[in-house]
Structure formats: structure tokens, C-alpha cells
Write a protein that binds this ligand. Structure first.
Ligand code: SAM
Length: 192
């Protein structure tokens, strides 16, 4: 089983979908995408014995992620890849993508490219778990509304849940208001 993973940033992130999201646990048998996800607190996919691949634009972040995984006796494949170019990933489609604080960075055409790449890289029925900043938080640079999420995944996706979430950071003592979304690739928009 394969999985795609990323680096560990400074802020906290989602717990494993099986424990935090109301959706199904990550699908077994498929591969995983963990886009730009940190590793030190988000190494759970690798801890589950999954085949993990992580991506990030920042090579230093990938090195840190690899080191932190190694400290835990875990391994993953790390790729220096732009999330807007997920269509360039080779191999079998992924079964699960986790995205912690990447979606909200990308907007406009960048977000559309990213979602298109997600759609092409996830197998039919594949799951996408996403944690992003909410527009309910006034003092963050990237603020996403519920409507933004609905619009981004209007075609080819089933939205299983979108819930308010609190994102731990080392800047905001009470955390940052965010969204935790769980979606399933349906391929209604185009053949998968
Ligand atoms: C806010 S940090 C989140 C890091 C980590 N997921 C966490 O929760 O701590 C965003 C990460 O996304 C990466 N990033 C930004 N744009 C990207 C892109 N187009 N493709 C891949 N990674 C990107 C940045 O390098 C950074 O590591």
C-alpha cells in the first residue's frame, strides 16, 4: 500500500480521519496522498503501516519530514512537487489524500489546478481529508468560506462532511478557527 506525505510545519493538524472525522477511515488497499502534511505529529499514516508519499515545494521541509519520520523508525517517499502539478505523479492512483493547511494557500486558478490534480490522482471512491483556515478567523492570511469549499468541489466529488475545527498553532494560544472536510471522489464529472 502506498501513501504520499509531506513535511511537519509549526501548527497542529488533524488527527487520523478514523478518530476525528465522521467519514470512513482511510480506505484500505489503495495508496495515499498526504499533500504538504507535517510528519512529527502527523506520522499516523506511516504508523498504520501504510505506504506514504509526501510532497512539498520546500525541499528543506521535506528533509525535516524525512528526519522526523526516521526518528520514529518510519519511512516514506518524499517528492519535491508542486501540488498544482499532481497530474504529473506516476503510478497507481492514490486511495486517500490528506491536506493540512495547503488548500487555503491556493486560490483562483491555482486552487482549480490543485483540485483537478486531486481528482485525477485519486481512484474512484478515494477519500480526501482537508483541514484549512476558516473565514471565521479574522487574523490569518488565508480565509476560506464554506462556499469556497463547496465551489471547489462542485463536480466529481461527494462532500461527506464539512465541520468547524480548531487548528493548533504556536502563535494563536486558543487555536485558529478552521474547517475539517471529508470528501469522496465520485468521478461524475469525467471518467476516472
Ligand atoms: C502552512 S504550511 C503547512 C505545513 C504543514 N502541512 C502543517 O500543517 O504544518 C504549507 C506548506 O505547503 C507548502 N506549499 C505551499 N504551496 C505549495 C504547492 N504549490 N505545492 C506543494 N506544497 C506547497 C509549503 O511549502 C508549506 O510547507
Amino acid at each position: 500500500m502506498r501513501m504520499l506525505s509531506g513535511h511537519r510545519g509549526t501548527s497542529g493538524g488533524p488527527s487520523p480521519p478514523s478518530s476525528r472525522s465522521p467519514g470512513r477511515a482511510p480506505s484500505a488497499g489503495g495508496s495515499w496522498t498526504w499533500a504538504a502534511g507535517p510528519v512529527s505529529t502527523r506520522s499516523w499514516p506511516a504508523q498504520l503501516g501504510l505506504d506514504v508519499t509526501g510532497i512539498d515545494l520546500d525541499e528543506a521541509a521535506l528533509l525535516i519530514a524525512g528526519r522526523k519520520l526516521a526518528e520514529r523508525g518510519l519511512t516514506a517517499r518524499f517528492l519535491h512537487l508542486d501540488a498544482r502539478r499532481l497530474t504529473e505523479l506516476d503510478g497507481e492512483p492514490f486511495g486517500t489524500v490528506t491536506d493540512c493547511e495547503l488548500f487555503h494557500i491556493l486560490d483562483g486558478a491555482d486552487r482549480a489546478e490543485y483540485v483537478h490534480g486531486l481528482g485525477s490522482g485519486l481512484r474512484p471512491g478515494g477519500r480526501y481529508f482537508m483541514l484549512c483556515y476558516s473565514d471565521a478567523q479574522p487574523d490569518v492570511p488565508h480565509r476560506v468560506s464554506l462556499g469556497d469549499i463547496l465551489a471547489a468541489f462542485a463536480a466529481g466529488w461527494r462532500i461527506d462532511s464539512i465541520e468547524p475545527a480548531t487548528i493548533d498553532t504556536n502563535v494563536h494560544h486558543t487555536g485558529v478557527r478552521g474547517w475539517l472536510a471529508a470528501l469522496t471522489r465520485t468521478c461524475e464529472d469525467a471518467p476516472c
